[in-house]
Structure formats: C-alpha cells, structure tokens
Design a protein around this ligand. Sequence first.
Ligand SMILES: [Zn+2]
Length: 404
Amino acid sequence: MNSPAIDLDWRRVHFADSTIIDLHAHPGLKISLFDRVFTAPFHADGAFNPFSFRSNYPNLRRGGVAALLSAIYAPERQIVLQEAPILKALRMLRPRVWHAIFDGSYFDVANRMLDDLERAVAAAADPATGRPQAQVAHSPAELEAILAQGSSRPIALIHCLEGAHSLNSGPGMTAQRLLANLEHYFRRGVAYLTLAHFFENDLVHPCFPWPENIQKFGCFRSERDITLGLKPAGEQVVERMVELGMLIDLSHCTPPARQRIYDIVGQRAPLLMTHVGAYAINPDPYNPQDWELRRIADSGGMVGVIFMPYWLAPHAGKRGLNSIAQTLRHFIDVAGSEHVGIGSDFDGFTDPPDDLPDASHLGRLTQRLLAERFTVQQISQIWGGNALRVLRQGWGRQGVSPAR
Ligand SMILES: [Zn+2]
C-alpha cells in the first residue's frame, strides 16, 4: 500500500537518485529483423508479440534509462530448421528476415547486427536541436563521457553478445579462430559475452530453453543434457576474457558449466548472470542457486533480475512486479545489495509482465520497491550503481583497451 510520502518521492528516487542501467535487452533484434526505427514510438501491451518494440528510444527516455547493455543475438538457425519448422515460411513471407538470419556465418550475421545498431543509434538525433539522443559507448571511458553530460545527455548503448555461436565464422573452427573472433568483438566495444544460449555451441552446453507453455503444435520440444558443461575451447575463451577484461555472462549455461567457470575465474573478474530468476523461488536449472549467488558476489559481480514471469515464478500469473520485488529481496538477502541489478530482456522474444510491459514503465518498479520498504540506497544500487561499478571494474584491462 503506497503512502502519500512514497507517491511524492518515487520520481526523485527514480529519476534523480538512480542512474538506471538495464543489463540485458534486445533493441537490435527488432531493428535488424523488422526494420524498427529506434526513435519511433511503439505501443506494446504485455501480450507476447514478436514484432513489438519495447526498448525503443521514447520508452527508454520515459523510463529514465541512462544506459542499456544491448545484447546482439544472431538467431540460432536450429530454431527455424528443427524446433519450429513452420518458421520456414519466412523464406517466402519475409525473405528479408530469412536473409538476415541465414546469409553468411553467425560471425557475419552478428557483425551486421552490430553495424545495424550503430547506424540506428547514429540516426537518433533530436529533430529540433540536432543533439544526439543516443550514443554507443565502446569503452568505459566513452560511457563516463556520456554520463558526465548531465540530465539532457544521450542514452548510452553498450554492445553485448548473447551466445558464443556468434564467435563461429564458418566450417573448421579452431580454438585459435574462436579466440581471434572474441578479440575482434572486444575491440568493437562488446562489453560482455553470454557464453551459452539455446543450443550447444563451440564453448558450452545450455539449459532448457523453452517454457512449457510454448511447447505447442509440436514445436520447441527438444531436450537438453544439463549434466554436460564447459568444453576445452570454452575454458580457453573464459581465460582470454579474464585477460582482456571482457565480462562473462553465465546466463543460459548449464549448472556444471557455471560451477566450472566459478572455479576457473575465482575472484579475478566480476561474473555476471544478467537476466535470471532465483532457484530458491523457482527451482529451474536456468536460475542460480544460493551458493552460486555467493560465488558471483565473491567475484565482485552481480545478478540481474529478468522481467519474465516464467523464470521468476511460473505459477504466479502474468503480472510481474510482485515476483520481481520478491526475487530482488532474495538476491539481496543472499548476495548483498551490492550484487543485484536488472536485466529486463525486453525485445528478446520474451513475454513481459502485464504490469511492466515496456521500458517506459520502469518507474512502477521503483514505486513498488519503496512500498516494500527497500531503502533508497538499495534501489539506486539495483537500478545502476552496481552495474556501473562492475563495468568500471571489469570492462577492459590496463593496456588492453576496448575499441577506438
Ligand atoms: Zn537470454
């Protein structure tokens, strides 16, 4: 129940006391696949709609977002070829989408998507003043320069990569080529790599990707062996990421892969799980267990809460604010408030909560957290204080500078 004082205060806490950073969203998917314009308004409700655009500039601005870790995802071709053969109709119905997905290697596709996002962001200028509305931050220094511009600053977008299949540049991949391609992305300004995604890749095995409620019509039914973990090439890539200062995101990795990475990395680099729920609330292997939350905290890293009811509390219905707050509370209790953040996964073909359908509504979460007696300090840590610390601490190393 909100008190009048809370109603008066939430705007200050949200827009002034917090630097809002979303650890994981996918504007690039909608820009590259569906030609969505980053600056164009798009109305979206909570219903699953693959063509909606929830993390566009007007929504991010209204939600008070300062920086977005924009995850580039080259769609895995098994989705079309094996999991949902009905999508083969794209070849006829949407040939442009088909070509965007199938033309060249995953490495080619991901690089084209990075180019698309750069172009979309460069075109985002205030029509009246010509001032940039958004900018890509290719390094911690560029991020600081954007944030230092005050309240009328552009929104910072930071490149990230979901799924190490995007390191694959064609047949006959060797560990050496994977490492060279990793460094290519790092120099382009990619801050983190989510090692796993839906399907086995050159580095690692993934968790189950599909919620039961979409296993309909014979689609999305493939099994995963979640006893399998990190491969030898994965060990080499993780080691190189620590050396470079490219952040490691463990989301989608199997539990044994995660265990191995905690052991390899230890306290040498801050580890991320950017868009997850809590195993203690929803015991799904996708979600980190409490001992993992402590290992991530020990590394100096953080966990981001996903805005997707299925992973948070699958039987709680389509509303999300309650389970997001509950998950944040659990993460804070176990890992400490310095190790918790937000990774909405907007535009990742997810099914966002009815009460938090797009980035323009983020203020609702601040109101909710105040009502649940989270402190202002905890709220500002959750919204971006922790993400900023992790980026400063873990992105790039002395003598190894990402980008330009
Ligand atoms: Zn994901």
